[in-house]
Design a protein around this ligand. Structure first.
Ligand SMILES: Nc1nc2c([nH]c(=O)n2[C@H]2C[C@H](O)[C@@H](COP(=O)(O)OP(=O)(O)OP(=O)(O)O)O2)c(=O)[nH]1
Length: 147
């Protein structure tokens, strides 16, 4: 069987935050640019990063938000929303998308990144390919809520 020799489905697990603010139904979300030196440097992405060994999705997100933005989020306030997968040349990733509506602290762009609050559709570009399915899901959810 060809399956017996195939590579196991090993994916990099990533925690991604959809930081939301504003009026329900028209909430804006935060996107930032990827720092120099990483694959897809300069592309816009949701804040987040790889989950370390033994870490929960919520704990990874808290750590990444502190490292990237200098803000603190309460793990209990993280809503794990959905999971998507994307295959890049550099990695096969599984993205754990989390909604976050409350945080403490003022933003500090600790990686020298640009950030922007965005609506649907976002106006910044280019955006990481792996983020498009969740932008579609956010738009679908919003359209559904207005029915
Ligand atoms: N943060 C984030 N990552 C995303 C998004 N969409 C998407 O495909 N990804 C992918 C890109 C990367 O392959 C992976 C995140 O890994 P990363 O390299 O940015 O994470 P990290 O900061 O922990 O990396 P490292 O430098 O510490 O190794 O997830 C997104 O919207 N936000």
């Amino acid at each position: 069987m060809s399956h017996s020799t195939s590579t196991p489905d090993k994916r990099v697990e990533v925690a991604v935050g959809i930081l939301l603010q504003g009026t329900p139904g028209q909430e804006q979300f935060l996107l930032g640019t990827r720092p120099a030196g990483k694959p897809y440097a300069g592309y816009w992405e949701f804040p987040g990063g790889k989950i370390e060994a033994g870490e929960s999705v919520e704990a990874a997100l808290c750590r990444e938000f502190d490292e990237e933005l200098g803000i603190c989020i309460d793990p209990a306030a993280v809503e794990i929303w959905r999971t998507t997968e994307h295959d890049y040349e550099h990695a096969r990733v599984r993205l754990h998308w989390c909604k976050v509506r409350a945080w403490q602290g003022d933003f500090q762009m600790r990686e020298g990144q640009q950030v922007a609050w965005q609506g649907l559709p976002p106006t910044v570009s280019p955006i990481l390919p792996g983020a498009y399915p969740v932008l579609d899901a956010l738009a679908a959810e919003r359209a559904h809520a207005m029915e």
